[in-house]
Design a binder for this molecule. Structure first.
Ligand code: NDP
Length: 302
């Protein structure tokens, strides 16, 4: 193996420690405690795990954590009322509505009902526009986490060729905007891209956000490139001793072959994943600082 394996878990712990320190200072100097509200509709098991983990890490960082658990048949009007109440609550600086929502609820409508200043997921159309025009915004957590890992390992990204595979609103597009903001030459690839291996081979930076297990092999990678694997895919991994199926998590990148060629690669698990919640905490702190007319801490925003 030649690549440096990026320890996202350790870096996320560093980000959380920085957030915790700033939160303590906010309390001591200004008597302010940042507050994050997470709204969960229904009982999707994966969402429940995420929400529990978000709540736990919010409290560990010294912030106020509020959870609103609503039944799967909650009406749009009731959900919008919960959002409106949180918008009006001065002790809440960040609001996150856990996606996906049950199908009878209009996700765009609900997300755009959140006060953009409290939109710590960065999905509100105002924040999307602010990011696209290079203005101060709330930045989606996963791409922000990827950017932090890239800057930490590479220093300046200016002039680098970057290829983002995937054009979703939550990862691919904001990732491309952030790389452009750091003066990369950015290509966004997707399912209709022709000659994807050749496109990826040009890149100094590859961000894979596709949702296809181990799709990107080592022979697509330019030697020395940095590869950031956003994908989280559960695949079969034989059977357990008791005969039940065994599964394991893999990314969108074929780690073993990529690690032989790349300069650096993020593993799955333990790469981008832990950065997402760390950046949610960082965004909540940023939102709280801005709401109180204070500078957001350096290094925790784009
Ligand atoms: P989406 O399904 O919304 O988007 C996937 C993108 O990949 C689409 O733009 C699609 O193209 C593109 N794509 C699909 N097949 C191909 C292909 N064969 N070649 C090139 N591009 C292709 O996924 P998300 O962006 O929401 O998530 C991507 C992955 O990241 C998932 O594995 C998800 O679990 C993971 N994830 C991880 C997070 C973390 O915290 N680490 C957070 C969020 C997501 P097209 O638009 O043409 O259909």
């Amino acid at each position: 193996m030649t690549a440096t394996v990026i320890d996202g878990k350790a870096f996320a712990a560093k980000v959380r420690a920085q957030v915790t320190e700033h939160v303590a200072r906010l309390k001591a100097d200004h008597g302010i405690t940042p507050g994050l509200a997470v709204v969960l509709v229904g009982e999707d098991p994966a969402s429940q795990v995420y929400v529990r983990s978000k709540g736990k890490q919010t409290v560990e960082a010294g912030m106020k954590s509020v959870e609103h658990k609503l039944s799967a048949d909650t009406s749009e009007a009731d959900l919008l009322q919960v959002v409106a109440d949180l918008n009006a609550d001065p002790t809440i600086h960040g609001i996150l509505v856990q996606l996906p929502l049950p199908t009878h609820l209009n996700e765009d409508l609900v997300i755009n009902a959140i006060d953009p200043a409290k939109d710590v997921d960065g999905f509100h159309i105002s924040n999307v526009g602010l990011l696209a025009t290079g203005q101060k915004s709330m930045v989606p957590c996963t791409p922000l986490g990827c950017l932090m890992l890239l800057r930490d390992h590479l220093g300046s990204l200016s002039g680098k060729d970057a290829v983002v595979i995937g054009r979703s609103n939550i990862v691919g597009k904001p990732m491309a905007q952030l790389l452009l903001g750091d003066s990369c030459t950015v290509t966004i690839a997707h399912s209709r891209t022709k000659d994807l291996p050749d496109v990826v081979r040009r890149a100094d930076i590859v961000v894979a956000a596709v949702g296809r297990p181990q799709m990107v092999p080592g022979d697509w990678i330019k030697p020395g490139a940095m590869v950031v694997d956003v994908g989280i895919n559960r695949i079969d991994a034989g059977v357990k001793e008791d005969g039940s199926p065994r599964t394991r998590l893999v990314g969108d990148v074929d780690f073993d072959s990529v690690a032989k060629v790349a300069g650096a690669v993020t593993p799955v698990p333990g790469g981008v994943g832990p950065m997402t919640i760390a950046c949610l905490l960082a965004n909540t702190l940023t939102a709280c600082c801005r709401a109180n007319g204070l500078e957001a801490p350096e290094g925790l925003t784009a």
